[in-house]
Design a protein around this ligand. Structure first.
Ligand SMILES: Cc1ncc(COP(=O)(O)O)c(C=O)c1O
Length: 386
C-alpha cells in the first residue's frame, strides 16, 4: 500500500508565528473580534512601504525585458548597489526570496549532519526549524539581563561550532548589541575560527543612536555572512527581496554551492529587484526611516503604558518592533495555555517556546506595530488573564 504520510523530515518543520493563526481563525469564526499581535508585517498595521520602491515597481512593469527570468544570483544593478553598501564585490552578493531563502540556502550549503550551530536564545523560529531540518546540533547561547550576548556562556559553547547566528537588532528580544559586546563576540569567533551568520533584517530600526557597523568590527578578523531584506527596513515584505553577502576569503566553495541552489530555483522576481536596486541607494530613504521610527516610538511607549499594571516583565525594546514578555503569575503551566487563553479574549500572541525558551518558562512575544489605541485595547483585554 502506498504511504501518503509526510516524510520524517517534516516532523521538525514548524513556524509558530503562523501556526497559531489556525486556532485564532477558529475563534474568529465564532464571532470573536481578533487583535493580531503575532506577526511583524508593517503594511498590516498601516505602515506604508518605501514610496520610491513602490513607484519604481509601477514603472518597470512596462518593461517587457523584465518579464523574463533574471540572472539566478540576482540582477547585476542590484548586486552592484548592495556590494557598494556592504563593501564587497558583486560576486559576493546573492539575491534571494526574502532573507528567508538566504537562510535556507546558507543552511543547505554549509550545515552538515551533527554540526554544532549556536543560536541566540530566544531566536527567530526559522533558525530553529532549519537547524533541525538540516540535522545540525542546536546549541543555544544566552543573553544577560540587559539583553546583551552573555560572553561567558558563549565562551563555553563556542569550541567546535560550525557557525553562530547573530540577529541584531534581535527578534524577539528587541535588544541592540553594543559595540563592546560585538567586539567580544568577534574576538571569540576569531580565536575559535567560527564564522558568523549576521541577520541584519532590522538594522535600520534602532531607537537610540546608530547601530554599530558590524562590518567594521568583523572585517579582516573573521569570516562572516551578512543578510538583510526589503521586508522590515523598507516596510515591504510583500516584495520578497532579500540578500546575503559573503565576507572573508574562505567562502569560495560555499558561494559556488549557493549559486547552484540559486540556479535550481531559476530567479527572484526581476521587477521587484529593480525596485530594490534604486530603493537601497535612494537619498530620500533616510526621511522614510526616520518617520517610521517616530511612529514606532509612539507605539513602543503606548505598549509600555498599556502593560504597566500587568503581571509581566520584559526588556524595553531598543530596536525592531517586538517585545518578549515573561509572565509572572502561576495561572498556567505552559506558555501555549496562556496564548490560548489570550485567543479566547481576542488577542493573538506567539508562545515563547516557538523562539526556543522552555514552554514552562512562560514567555510570549508581541509586536508593537499596531496603533496605540489598538495596543491599549489588546492589553486591556488581558486584564484578568495577566
Ligand atoms: C530576524 C528575521 N530574519 C529573517 C526574517 C525573514 O524575513 P524576509 O524573508 O521577509 O526577509 C525575519 C522575518 O520576520 C526575521 O524576523
Amino acid at each position: 500500500m502506498m504511504n501518503y504520510r509526510p516524510t520524517e523530515r517534516m516532523n521538525v518543520v514548524s513556524y509558530p508565528i503562523r501556526d497559531i493563526v489556525i486556532e485564532a481563525k477558529r475563534e474568529e469564526a465564532k464571532g470573536t473580534n481578533m487583535i493580531w499581535l503575532n506577526i511583524g508585517d508593517p503594511p498590516q498595521y498601516g505602515f506604508e512601504a518605501f514610496g520610491h520602491a513602490t513607484e519604481k515597481v509601477k514603472t518597470v512593469l512596462d518593461n517587457p525585458h523584465l518579464k523574463g527570468y533574471a540572472f539566478s544570483q540576482g540582477d547585476s544593478e542590484l548586486r552592484e548597489n548592495i556590494a557598494k553598501i556592504e563593501k564587497c564585490t558583486p560576486e559576493d552578493v546573492f539575491v534571494t526570496v526574502g532573507l528567508t531563502e538566504g537562510i535556507d540556502f546558507f543552511f543547505h550549503s554549509f550545515i552538515g549532519f551533527g554540526e554544532k550551530i549556536l543560536l541566540p536564545n530566544p531566536a527567530y523560529p526559522l533558525y530553529i526549524s532549519k537547524t533541525k531540518m538540516f540535522e545540525g546540533n542546536l546549541v543555544f547561547y544566552k543573553h544577560d539581563e540587559n539583553g546583551q550576548i552573555d560572553i561567558r556562556d558563549l565562551e563555553k559553547k563556542i569550541p567546535g561550532a560550525k557557525t553562530i547566528v547573530i540577529i541584531n537588532p534581535n527578534n524577539p528580544l528587541g535588544s541592540v548589541y553594543t559595540e563592546d559586546n560585538l567586539v567580544e563576540v568577534v574576538e571569540l569567533c576569531a580565536k575559535h575560527d567560527v564564522p558568523i551568520f549576521y541577520d541584519g533584517s532590522y538594522d535600520k530600526i534602532i531607537f537610540d543612536g546608530e547601530l554599530v557597523d558590524f562590518r567594521k568590527i568583523a572585517d579582516e578578523k573573521i569570516q562572516y555572512v551578512y543578510g538583510s531584506s526589503l521586508s522590515k527596513n523598507f516596510g515591504y515584505p510583500g516584495a520578497r527581496i532579500g540578500w546575503v553577502t559573503f565576507h572573508g576569503d574562505k567562502w569560495t566553495e560555499i558561494k559556488d554551492a549557493f549559486l547552484r541552489l540559486c540556479n535550481q530555483r531559476l530567479s527572484v522576481n526581476w521587477e521587484y529587484q529593480k525596485a530594490a536596486a534604486t530603493a537601497i541607494i535612494d537619498p530620500v530613504y533616510s526621511e522614510y526611516i526616520e518617520e517610521m521610527k517616530k511612529k514606532l516610538l509612539l507605539r513602543r511607549d503606548a505598549l509600555a503604558k498599556a502593560t504597566k499594571e500587568l503581571q509581566i516583565s520584559y526588556p524595553f525594546p531598543k530596536g525592531a518592533f517586538y517585545a518578549f514578555m515573561k509572565i509572572k503569575t502561576n495561572a498556567w503551566k505552559y506558555d501555549v495555555e496562556f496564548v490560548r487563553a489570550a485567543i479566547k479574549k481576542g488577542v493573538v500572541f506567539v508562545p515563547g517556546s516557538g523562539f526556543g525558551t522552555n514552554e514552562n518558562e512562560m514567555y510570549f512575544r508581541t509586536t508593537f506595530l499596531p496603533e496605540p489605541e489598538i495596543l491599549k485595547e489588546a492589553f486591556e483585554r488581558m486584564k484578568g488573564v495577566l
